[in-house]
Design a protein around this ligand. Structure first.
Ligand code: B4P
Length: 185
């Protein structure tokens, strides 16, 4: 199975949920920029304070800040496979990632796109109830996704890396769909 992966999809699609399951069952390293940013917030670092203010409005944290965090982590990626969850989220981030992976001689093998209707996304995020999960902020995050992150769908499709997976249904059923897509491609 392909094991150098990137998970793409709207907020609340289940990237974090599925990435945690797949990385645990296949021994891959799971790198979530959302989790890394929330750890900085919890630690009260300067970086965390800057990130928290942005995350609570539904905007994306700046490319410079995210890239600084990711670069510090990429060195730990090894041949055992890895899964990038929620990164890249902009074309600038994707264009910065490519040479970093080239220099590690670990090219990306597949981009898993989790697709889901807005109504279900909103319902899931309201149930999750994180600090950035109020209805107004969620709607703004969906707009930001369409404007800044959705262009990555074509970006990776043109590179022949995109695998689309329907993200509606039980957590287990979606994991199975992802595994089939990774085996079948
Ligand atoms: P993330 O932490 O990446 O989170 P997310 O997109 O909101 O959610 P995800 O898709 O992971 O959904 P989850 O599994 O939790 O981003 C948070 C914020 O961090 C961003 O808005 C941004 O500000 C910042 N950020 C992160 N990365 C960045 C970057 N690269 N650049 C700039 N800023 C960045 O699932 C959602 C809920 O649904 C959960 O409660 C889950 O339990 C539930 N669920 C999952 N699957 C389900 C299923 N099949 N059925 C029912 N419920 C399900």
């Amino acid at each position: 199975m392909k094991n150098r992966l990137l998970f793409l999809g709207p907020p609340g699609a289940g990237k974090g949920t599925q990435a945690a399951r797949l990385s645990a069952s296949h021994g891959m390293k799971h790198l979530s920029t959302g989790d890394l940013l929330r750890s900085e917030v919890a630690a009260g670092s300067d970086l965390g304070k800057e990130a928290e203010a942005v995350m609570n409005t539904g905007e994306l944290v700046s490319d410079t800040l995210v890239l600084a965090i990711v670069k510090a982590q990429l060195g730990s990626l090894d041949g055992g496979g890895w899964l990038l969850d929620g990164f890249p989220r902009t074309v600038v981030q994707a264009e910065a990632l490519a040479p970093l992976l080239d220099s590690l001689k670990q090219p990306l093998e597949a981009v898993v796109l989790l697709e889901l209707d807005d109504a279900v996304l909103i319902e899931r995020m309201l149930a999750r109830g994180r600090a950035d999960d109020t209805e107004d902020v969620i709607r703004h995050r969906l707009e930001v996704y369409r404007e800044k992150t959705a262009p990555l769908i074509d970006y990776y499709r043109q590179q022949g890396l995109l695998l689309s997976v329907e993200a509606q249904g039980s957590v287990e059923a979606i994991t199975e769909r992802i595994e089939q897509a990774l085996q079948g491609s």
